[in-house]
Ligand binder design. Sequence first.
Ligand code: F7E
Length: 337
Amino acid sequence: MLKKGYLVYGLQRRASTPNTYRIDHLYDNPKFPNFVTIYGDLSESSSLLNILSQIKPDEIYNLGAQSHVQVSFDVPEYTANVTGLGALRLLDVVRHLKLPVRYYQASSSEMFGKVSNEKYQNENTPFNPQSPYGLSKVFAYHLTKIYRDSYHIFASNGILFNHESPRRGITFVTRKITMGLSRVKLGLQGTLKLGNLSSQRDWGYAKDYVEGIWKIIQYKTPEDFVLATGETHTVRQFVEEAAGLLKFNLVWKGKGGKEVGIDKKRNKTIIEIDPSYFRLKEVDYLLGDASKAKKLLNWKPKVNFRKLVEIMLRNDFDLAKKELKLGRKVFVKKINI
Ligand code: F7E
């Protein structure tokens, strides 16, 4: 957005400890005078009213959420409040102020949940969410459509399949793997503990997806679009790809909870299964069909699965090397989600 010349306001949730590490390179940087953060909260209508009446933005991108699926079982009410009702608060302020704004709602492939027999999921696939997070996203999705139809607000949903990058939080499986295996390689941790290795995801590169998000909002009419790569892989395949790039000689032994991944070169266990990482209700399989976005928006992801793993691994192996050099565990003490 900054490269495109936008003046960008980021809504910053107040916290007693800094929570901006992923945007610190933009913040207070003379190279990016067009980036401003402003305190506010999706759980607080009055803060949104204040902010939007002052800024009067041309475009709103609602990417805010409690976005961890597993965590949403522990904090369902908070998740519904921020992820679901947060969208309502924003849209209702837009309605109240009659802002001539374009509104983007970050909808999610988690809304599809347990799919019956559709090989691919697209804009017409029924939703069957499996978590408080998925359900909260379904609420926000329908509300976006309802406000679009009832109040003629330019409000669009992007239904995005998993999109990953070195900025992904370390408790999501991709980053957990690239960070964890890098640290195992350098002896900073013994093993990497994971949950369900069989679940399948359509993983793309976040940078490709934000270009798609922007295109959704520039489109002539407000509509809903799936963004996905059209390829699906298991968690196991992600591990194997990352392990290969790190030159582990990975072989699997055992079954179920007793399965382990062994580095044959050193005859050492590097992957273990930990039942606490299994979901209460799992979404086993996701594979997106983004042909509408391809056709109408001319959008296509550039980075494939292999390249994505490589980008993330390169970043995390460098971080692990820095950690080794500094001689202390500066980045991750214990990953417990
Ligand atoms: O899990 C399995 C886990 O937490 C992916 C969010 O951005 O994408 C994300 O949701 C899969 C699941 O992402 C571990 O059971 C195995 O099947 O990386 P994840 P997610 O749940 O797909 C969607 C599109 C969103 O909208 C969400 O906000 O990996 N898995 N072992 C594990 N998952 C985690 N986190 N940790 C493990 O140890």
